[in-house]
Design a protein around this ligand. Structure first.
Ligand SMILES: [Zn+2]
Ligand SMILES: [Zn+2]
Length: 218
């Protein structure tokens, strides 16, 4: 699937979202290695309580042919529904209006700017110059898409993990911020994971944390 095709499908799916209905939402960046990330979004419509109760009531009746079974099945659904309500943040239940805004934003990111920002302050850019990989499952009430490769442009935690916000680039010798994992001057990857202590360190002869000679995979 091409990017244009994906954004078109994404927009069509978004149009059908109803503002006041509930949706399950999962979104994030998955690390793929080599400082590359995959954008993953999943949206699933949450059925109303009435619909769920009726469905499971009918199922129970057909199976057990007993009113008690129907009552217990419906009660179970009601309880489950309110448990979800209580733990809303963990399930990522969002109103349709919110999901709509988010998906429209994602569609714009994919076919225009290519840059996406998350609430923790991290920023990623889609690498259009590389081969774009897309996986998409889109049906009436369910959307699951994955797009890669993205590269981190800025991440507030990187400086903390490295222990400094600026280093001298081992390739071009100029001073650069570490926030993206790449040199801002020569664009080469400047950070790696030390195979000895497993911490993020600038690429060089030795790990800055444990002092062991550094081996890295490009
Ligand atoms: Zn450099
Ligand atoms: Zn180390």
């Amino acid at each position: 699937m091409k990017l244009e095709e994906l954004t078109e499908k994404l927009r069509k799916f978004t149009e059908k979202i109803k503002d006041d209905e509930d949706y399950y939402l999962m979104q994030g960046m998955i690390y793929e290695g080599n400082w590359l990330f995959k954008l993953a979004i999943e949206v699933k419509k949450r059925e109303t309580l009435e619909k769920r109760a009726i469905k499971s009531g009918i199922k129970a009746f057909l199976r057990w042919k007993a009113p008690e079974a129907v009552i217990s099945a419906v009660t179970w659904q009601v309880r489950g529904y309110y448990m979800e309500e209580m733990f809303k943040p963990f399930y990522g239940i969002k109103k349709g209006s919110y999901v709509k805004k988010l998906l429209n934003h994602i569609a714009n990111v994919l076919d225009k700017t290519g840059e996406i920002k998350f609430s923790d302050g991290s920023k990623y850019r889609l690498l259009r110059e590389q081969k774009i990989r897309i996986s998409a499952k889109i049906s009436k009430d369910h959307l699951k898409i994955e797009v890669s490769p993205f590269r981190v442009i800025y991440h507030p935690f990187i400086a903390k993990l490295v222990g400094t916000d600026k280093i001298i680039c081992p390739f071009c010798g100029k001073e650069t911020y570490v926030y993206s994992g790449y040199c801002e001057h020569c664009n080469k990857q400047i950070l790696t994971v030390c195979l000895n202590c497993r911490r993020i360190t600038p690429i060089g002869e030795k790990c800055i944390h444990c002092g062991k000679p550094l081996k890295w995979v490009k």
